[in-house]
Design a protein around this ligand. Structure first.
Ligand code: UDX
Ligand code: ADP
Length: 469
């Protein structure tokens, strides 16, 4: 009988938004397991090791506390990839898998070059029996590719005289959402483990059992696990496109999308989550995963399936263009040299991540019309904003404001793009006095009181709401 695999050393390849928080929560719950998070990006590793916890490379509520508690004890961040792999019984792959920008499948398929590079590194540096866990969101069947790479290392001449290596590949998709990552990891709705080796599955399960109830741990075959992750994200994104399509109809008919969302959400079969209308979904997963589904469907000749999911993406892009057009139209069709205060740049609140942020497309459209943007975000670095809007080049029409007051002073319009808590608490009587008249507020997140602003003489547009009625 195969003996059970005891995990004492974990290595995580990739110290990003997934790897960093996931390993922190495992370290907190499993003090006896040594965890080393490695990355080829030295600057990132240095930031994870920075004594000043305000300099951690990612912002996540609750993360600083865990890093303070575990770093240097059972949680380590390092650039020494080979050594961490060599010591590990279990290796998590948490590297980036963006959409391919060139070659076959460009614009749809995931770029697996980082996954392949890490699998090759594991094949080279691992010792003895190693469980390899896919954590990054990956296209279905990636586990097969990883397996082939790992198994072929045995046939490689280089390894002829070395110790025998043995690999088991598992899929363990991450369902954390940024901004609530620590909470999602600590109290997951479910943990999904896909694989075909019982002992390897049990070894991974034994880690989660330190803090997750057994009946929340689901075991499936590899492909179901990989496809479930894509499907979960596609369904969530679909809900956002559905409610955003209704927001446009609300604005025309006088219905209020927040009232509609509440009314339909109380039906248990529909549920109330993910029904907030806004500027469309962003983040590193939704678009990429739907593109993956489309690619997969088309690959298997299921054109109708691909077309169906394509519409979810189209609607999302349309919502963003629709919002920029509304802003332009309301400001007399002319934005030239007008100061527009942009409140929020991250793709959602409580994260400094700007990947696929709706702010990027909306700001680019406004810049195209000649507007001067004065951008304030409580957590996003200026360099990330410049990088996303002008490839890092200087653009005199982009001003980064350090305070809300600076951003809104003399502005013709304010556009709320992220639902940061501070924007719920804006002092409108003060702000309105210092804006240029006629002043406008465009609330793409539905967080302001239209009544209050109107009383102050501000013109208001709120997503999914018609102020005419
Ligand atoms: C998502 C999934 O939720 C998570 O399970 C998966 O692991 C990774 O992808 P994330 O992208 O971090 O997580 O954030 P999420 O909270 O899902 O929000 C995604 C986008 O949808 C954001 O731009 C957000 O503003 C938008 N959104 C979300 C809405 O517009 N309305 C909603 O009701 C919910
Ligand atoms: P995610 O949101 O999926 O965590 P990120 O881009 O935030 O994505 O993080 C992925 C990390 O993986 C990056 O810091 C990147 O430098 C790292 N990475 C990519 N390829 C490798 C590799 N071969 N070895 C080690 N780290 C890698």
């Amino acid at each position: 009988m195969q003996k059970s695999l005891k995990i004492k050393n974990i290595c995580c390849i990739g110290a990003g938004y997934v790897g960093g928080p996931t390993m922190s929560v495992i370290a907190k719950n499993c003090p006896e397991i040594k965890i080393t998070v490695v990355d080829i990006n030295k600057q990132r590793i240095d930031s994870w090791n920075d004594n000043n916890l305000d300099n951690l490379p990612i912002y996540e509520p609750g993360l600083k506390k865990i890093i303070k508690e575990c770093r240097g004890k059972n949680l380590h961040f390092s650039c020494d990839v080979d050594s961490a792999i060599g010591q590990a019984d279990m290796i998590f792959l948490s590297v980036n898998t963006p959409t391919k920008s060139r070659g076959i499948g460009a614009g749809q398929a995931s770029d697996l070059k980082w996954i392949e590079a890490s699998a090759r590194k594991v094949a080279e540096a691992a010792k003895g029996t190693t469980i390899v866990v896919e954590k990054s969101t990956l296209p279905v069947k990636t586990a097969e590719t990883i397996k082939i790479i790992l198994d072929s290392s045995q046939k490689d001449n280089k390894f002829k005289n070395s110790e025998k290596k043995d690999f088991h590949v598992l899929s363990n998709p991450e369902f954390l959402a940024e901004g609530s990552a620590i909470n999602d990891l600590q109290y997951p709705d479910r943990v999904l483990i896909g694989g075909d080796n019982q002992k390897a599955i049990e070894a991974l399960e034994s880690i989660y059992l330190f803090w997750v109830e057994k009946d929340k741990i689901i075991k499936t075959n590899l492909w179901s696990s990989e496809l479930s992750k894509l499907t979960a994200n596609a369904f969530l994104a679909q809900r956002i496109s559905s409610i955003n399509s209704i927001s446009a109809l609300c604005e025309e008919t006088g219905a209020d999308v927040q009232e509609v969302a509440k009314a339909i959400g109380m039906d248990k079969r529909i549920g109330s989550s993910f029904l907030k209308s806004g500027p469309g979904f962003g983040g590193s997963c939704f678009k990429k995963d739907i593109l993956n589904l489309i690619y997969l469907s088309n690959y298997y000749g299921l054109k109708e399936v691909g077309n169906y999911w394509e519409k979810v993406l189209e609607l999302n892009e349309w919502q963003q263009s629709r919002i920029s057009q509304i802003i332009t139209k309301k400001l007399f069709g002319n934005l030239f040299d007008k100061k527009i205060s942009i409140l929020g740049f991250s793709f959602k609140a409580d994260t400094n991540d700007v990947r696929e942020s709706p702010a990027i497309k909306i700001c680019k459209d406004l810049l195209e019309e000649g507007a001067v943007l004065s951008i304030f975000d409580p957590k996003v670095e200026s360099s990330q904003i410049f990088e996303s809007l002008s490839n890092g080049d200087e653009n005199k029409n982009i001003i980064i404001s350090k305070t809300i007051q600076e951003s809104t002073l003399n502005a013709d319009a304010i556009v709320i793009l992220t639902e940061w808590q501070v924007f719920y608490e804006l002092r409108w009587p003060e702000i309105s006095k210092k804006m240029r008249k006629p002043s406008w507020v465009f609330d793409t997140r539905g967080i302001i009181s239209v009544k209050e602003l109107k009383k102050l003489g501000i013109n208001v547009w709120r997503v999914g709401f018609s102020s005419k009625i």
